[in-house]
Design a protein around this ligand. Sequence first.
Ligand SMILES: Nc1nc2c(ncn2[C@@H]2O[C@H](COP(=O)(O)OP(=O)(O)OP(=O)(O)O)[C@@H](O)[C@H]2O)c(=O)[nH]1
Ligand SMILES: [Mg+2]
Ligand SMILES: [Zn+2]
Length: 301
Amino acid sequence: MSGGNLIRCNLPGRFQKKFNLKKDKLYNLDIAVVGDKVEFEMNSDNTGTIERIEDRKNYISRKAPRIKGAGQRGERLEQVIASNVDSVYVVSSTINPSFNNRFIDRLIVAGESAGVKVNLIINKTDLGMDEDIDYFADLYSSLGYKVFLTSALNKKSIKELEGEVEGKINLFFGQSGVGKSSLLNLLFPGLNHRVGEVSESTSKGKHTTVTSVMNKVKGETYIIDTPGIREFDPYGVKKEDLGHYFPEIKELAGECRFNTCTHNHEPGCMVRSSAEEDKISPERYQSYLNLLGTIEEGLFF
Ligand SMILES: Nc1nc2c(ncn2[C@@H]2O[C@H](COP(=O)(O)OP(=O)(O)OP(=O)(O)O)[C@@H](O)[C@H]2O)c(=O)[nH]1
Ligand SMILES: [Mg+2]
Ligand SMILES: [Zn+2]
C-alpha cells in the first residue's frame, strides 16, 4: 500500500539468498509479510520491486503447520502471521464453532509473547450465552483483557469495538467460522470480505478467508483479517518464559520457593497451590501446563 494505493510488488531473489545466509533467521518462512513496511521502485507496468524491508517492531508467529513448514530434519519452521501491529483480537464464538478456552489461551500467549496488546471477542452471543462463557468473560476481564461480547447478527458491541480499533493497526485471528470477516464487514462495510458457512456436521468453519489482508479503513485505522487457524503452537517460547505470558502466573511467580520454578512439579510452588485453592483459575493453570508440556516434548522448535 502506498498513500492508500495498492501496488503489487515482487521480491527479488537476492532477498532469499541473503535470508538463507542468516543462520539465526533460517527458521523464518516469510521474508515479507502482512504489516511489513517496505521501500520499492516502480516498474513501467505499474508493479513494484521491493528494495528494502524495514526491521519489524514486533510480529505474531506460530509454528508452521507440519506439511508446509517442516525443515530438512523434520523440525517445524516459524510462520509469521503479521508484523507491526498495535492490537490483536482473539476472536471466538459461543457456539458453532464451540467456545474453546484452551485455544484462546494459546492465541493470548502468541500476542503476549510478541509484546502486543491483547483483546478478546466472543461472537455469536445471539446464539446463546451459557454460564461457562460468562465465567470466562469475567475471568479474562479480571486478568486485564478487554472482552467484547458481540453479535454480527444483531450488532451487539459493534460501536465499542469500533472505538477500540480506531487509530491502530489491528489483527483479528481465531478459528475458522467464528465470524471474523462478518464482524469486520459490519464495522467497515467498504471491506466487503467474503463470509462463509459453518459446516453442519462438524460445526467448523470452512476456511472462507484464504489469505491475510491489511486494509486501511479510515484515517490511521488498519485492519488485518486472517484465515481461520486450525492449530496453534506458539513458536520459540522458552519453558522458563511461558509464565510471563499468563498475567496471573507472572504476578505470583516471585513467591515460589525456587526462582527457576516452572510451576509444575516443584515444591513450594505458589502458582500450583493458588490453582488448587481456586485463587487463580484452574482452567488457565491447565492451559499453562498443556503448553509447558508441548515445550518439554521439544515440539516448540
Ligand atoms: N448467528 C450468528 N452467526 C454469525 C455471526 N457472525 C458470523 N456468523 C456466521 O458465521 C459464519 C462464518 O462467518 P465468517 O465471518 O465467514 O467467519 P470467519 O471467522 O471469517 O471464518 P474464516 O474466514 O473461515 O476464518 C457465516 O455463516 C456467518 O453468517 C453472529 O454473530 N451470529
Ligand atoms: Mg473470514
Ligand atoms: Zn511455581
